[in-house]
Design a protein around this ligand. Structure first.
Ligand code: SF4
Length: 421
């Protein structure tokens, strides 16, 4: 029955024109958030060699790298048909959406065409699972291989891996891609088993592990022959937030485990948004975007600011949505403040609300030559108001402000009356 439906859909899809396919398959790809292109190697076509470059450019789908650089990618699915039935996915087999499928050559031609017109810097390619995981993975790899080997394409390529595909295909994908990713999908194994019964969390983790092994082998300097490059921009994953009852604590715990075990470059958080004809087991309302934003901030604190997960959450199971996690931590730990900007070490300065990594490095640079006053700090940071209760400078001390009772209210937005209708 499922095979019959697939064949019927595939025959129908063959007659769609390219523009219609592009409309369907770029729209279907928008649910995947894991596509920033940070950290790849520089590759270019200066001197007339090859097509494309991983530097600069402007394009269609914008994603933001951790360094704040905006990059543009052709972000599409090879097909939005899928033999799996993950309840949270608009492309599941039981979903009643228009289907389309690109041929390998069509994706290659589109990528090259858009690249030459300067619309994109690279390709993000994912796919529903057609026929089998290996068949699908082979098709995805063929796109990347043709771009690299036949057309000498030097732009950025991010390939989504199919976890159940053979390790040899996963390895081949990494040879052509800058970045690869396998979606962990949900923060809890039980939720995955219930909402995506055909997916296997062990298989997903195995695929991540295989990528890590290949990454490490590619970096092994002790080998006599130079190993081939493997996904130089590393691997990432995506977690849907708010599709199940997992707390922010559970979500961050899973991220912490993934960063540690598989050396992921990044975990992306995607606020669940309702899909048509969804099961009653899914929420009817979308998860608040501010929750997604707070999770990114907490994730950043764990990776770049030296915070432990338990410190970020305190006694709570969820993040405070009204204020950012660093400010929430500072308000709970006022005994740690104020911090003297002229003597504190880097670790302590990084804990001051409102001071980012770049501001802290600037402060450390400048204070070698002079004692900093409030006006200096203002020049070196994005804003001074948030900092004042937590900072001592040559001409400023917050006094009782640090312990003031209503301090949180100064930063939290005014509560709003919810709409009734
Ligand atoms: S395998 Fe991927 S594309 Fe297929 S239904 Fe599940 S989430 Fe959607």
């Amino acid at each position: 029955m499922r095979e019959q439906k697939e064949n019927y859909i595939l025959v129908g899809m063959a007659v769609l024109d390219l523009k219609r396919k592009l409309a369907i398959l770029s729209d279907a790809a928008k649910y995947d958030a894991s596509c920033a292109s940070s950290g790849s190697v520089r590759r270019d076509s200066v001197g007339g060699k090859g097509v494309g470059s991983t530097d600069g450019g402007m394009g269609i789908c914008h994603a933001y790298a951790p360094d704040g650089r905006c990059i543009s990618l052709l972000k599409i699915l090879l097909t939005n048909f899928c033999v799996y039935d993950c309840a949270y996915c608009v492309n599941r087999v039981s979903s009643n959406v228009p289907r389309a499928r690109f041929a390998v050559d069509e994706v290659v031609d589109l990528t090259l065409g858009f690249y030459r017109r300067n619309y994109i810097e690279g390709l993000f390619l994912s796919s529903g699972i057609i026929r089998s995981p290996d068949y699908t993975m082979e098709e995805i790899v063929r796109v990347a291989k043709t771009l690299r080997e036949v057309h000498d394409f030097r732009g950025y390529i991010h390939l989504k891996l199919i976890p159940e595909a053979s390790p040899a295909l996963v390895n081949e994908a990494g040879l052509y891609a800058d970045r690869v990713s396998v979606n962990i999908e949900l923060p809890k194994d039980e939720s995955l088993a219930s909402l995506a019964p055909e997916k296997d969390v062990v298989g997903i983790k195995k695929a991540m592990g295989a990528v890590r092994v290949s990454e490490d082998a590619a970096k092994d300097k002790g080998r006599k022959t130079r190993p081939p490059k493997f996904a130089p921009a590393g691997q990432s994953t995506q977690m849907i937030v708010g599709a199940d009852a997992a707390t922010d604590g559970a979500i961050l715990k899973r991220s912490e485990g993934l960063y540690g075990a598989y050396g992921l470059r990044r975990v992306y958080y995607s606020a669940f948004s309702p899909i048509p004809d969804a099961t009653a087991r899914l929420p009817v309302k979308r998860a608040p975007l501010v929750r997604e934003h707070r999770l990114y901030q907490a994730d950043w604190l764990m990776r770049f600011y030296g915070f432990e997960r338990a410190e970020i959450l305190g006694e709570a199971e969820d993040l405070d949505l009204a204020v950012d996690p660093k400010l929430a931590w500072a308000l709970r730990n006022r005994g740690e403040f104020p911090v003297d900007v002229n003597v504190a070490d880097r670790e302590r300065l990084l804990r001051v609300p409102g001071l980012g990594v770049r501001s802290v490095d600037r402060i450390l640079d400048v204070r070698r030559f002079k004692r900093l006053e409030l006006a200096d700090v203002k020049r070196l940071t994005r804003g001074i108001e948030k900092l004042k209760p937590f900072l001592v400078t040559a001409d400023w001390s917050p006094g009782a402000l640090t312990d003031q009772e209503g301090l949180r209210e100064r930063f939290a937005p005014e509560p709003r009356q919810l709409e009734l209708f």
